[in-house]
Design a protein. Structure first.
Length: 364
């Protein structure tokens, strides 16, 4: 079996989220964009992956199309570990982090999809099996900066069956609004997307202490300031979570050695794919660190996260971006029901993108 073709496909899907226009990365989003990676083989098996993402999609797509994909053509897709190790080394001069690794992540996910389809079993079985039929999801809200809107969307998510809520807020008032709406006992997490110095973070943690955060996520700038994160962790009783901006297990090792986090948050579309994610999981177990994956996706990256979580012993829930999409990429079986999502059971990742969906939302 050989890889015969690699194609990158951008899709953009309109969505609603219950609040005013919002987004991340310096822009307001009117659609959710995703970069799919389609890997064809000469014996007719096609694998689907997903590479990060969002505002940097044009750069990631160009990196795959012009630099990464040609290196994979003609290679054996079943040799995932040695093939990915070779490509990481070959491409290191273009950066060990960022779009190079984002692109490799998308291809790696597609190779695992091929492996599962070739074996006739879901990816989680290839990863060691699972005794879980579904996984608890937590609602990951967009950034509203308004306590009334935050409270309303929190209530909407709770009414749909979610019992964990993550906010993307950097002021006290929306956190207070969510807590007052949710009441005591509902875990509330806050992601501030790497805003502050350690001192500023400690001050914020003290200000929101009355609202009993489950964890405080990525509070310190820059994200690789692991010693600063460790300083925050030592100064507060709140769990500290980080890692969505970390690429490769090597960077996570630095994080763990600094004792920076309670929870590590590898993102399968950014860290190096399923292959590298598994190495992070093993490191986390060795260092006694919990894992809470970053997975605000709706495509193959989300499916890959579900398989990794299903096959794990130390991951309790999956992140679900709390938006209402105009259409689903997959025909059925990936939407939450009472705050839980079924583990995909089909071969490979379990689902391929719906052809009608691609026809409608593909960017030309």
């Amino acid at each position: 079996m050989k890889i015969s073709n690699i194609e990158t496909i951008v899709v953009r899907v309109p969505f609603k989220h219950g609040g005013p226009p919002s987004g991340f990365g310096g822009t307001v989003w009117s659609t959710l964009p995703y970069l799919l990676v389609k890997v064809d083989t000469d014996d007719g098996i096609t694998g689907w992956g997903e590479a990060f993402g969002y505002n940097c999609i044009p750069a990631t797509k160009a990196m795959i199309d012009s630099v990464i994909a040609p290196l994979f053509i003609g290679r054996d897709p079943t040799q995932i570990e040695p093939l990915m190790a070779e490509m990481f080394q070959t491409l290191h001069i273009f950066g060990r982090y960022g779009v190079t690794v984002f692109g490799l992540s998308g291809i790696d996910i597609a190779l695992w999809d091929i492996a599962g389809k070739r074996a006739g079993m879901p990816v989680y079985q290839l990863l060691g099996g699972s005794n879980r039929s579904d996984i608890k999801a937590y609602a990951s809200l967009l950034k509203y900066q308004d306590p009334e809107v935050t409270a309303k969307v929190t209530r909407d998510a709770l009414d749909e069956g979610y019992d964990y809520i993550k906010l993307h807020e950097c002021t006290v008032a929306p956190v207070r609004g969510a807590r007052e709406e949710a009441g005591d006992g509902v875990p509330i997490m806050v992601d501030v997307n790497c805003l502050w110095t350690p001192e500023e973070t400690i001050a914020f943690a003290n200000d929101v202490a009355p609202y009993d955060l489950h964890w405080l996520e990525e509070p310190v700038w820059p994200p690789e300031n692991f010693h600063g994160l460790a300083e925050v962790r030592m100064a507060t009783d709140t769990w500290i979570a980080a890692g969505e901006n970390a690429c490769t297990a090597w960077q996570f090792r630095e994080m763990f050695e600094a004792e920076a986090v309670t929870l590590a948050q590898p993102s399968v579309t950014k860290v190096g794919g399923i292959t590298e994610f598994r190495k992070v999981q093993t490191l986390a177990e060795v260092y006694n660190v919990g894992v809470a994956p970053h997975s605000p996706y709706f495509g193959p990256g989300f499916l890959a996260s579900m398989h990794l979580i299903a096959a794990s012993r130390n991951i309790a829930s999956v992140e679900r971006l709390y938006v209402e999409l105009e259409a689903s990429m997959f025909s059925a079986g990936t939407d939450p029901v009472a705050g839980r999502i079924p583990v995909p059971q089909g071969p490979g990742l379990g689902f391929d993108p719906d052809p009608d969906y691609l026809k409608t939302y593909r960017e030309t």
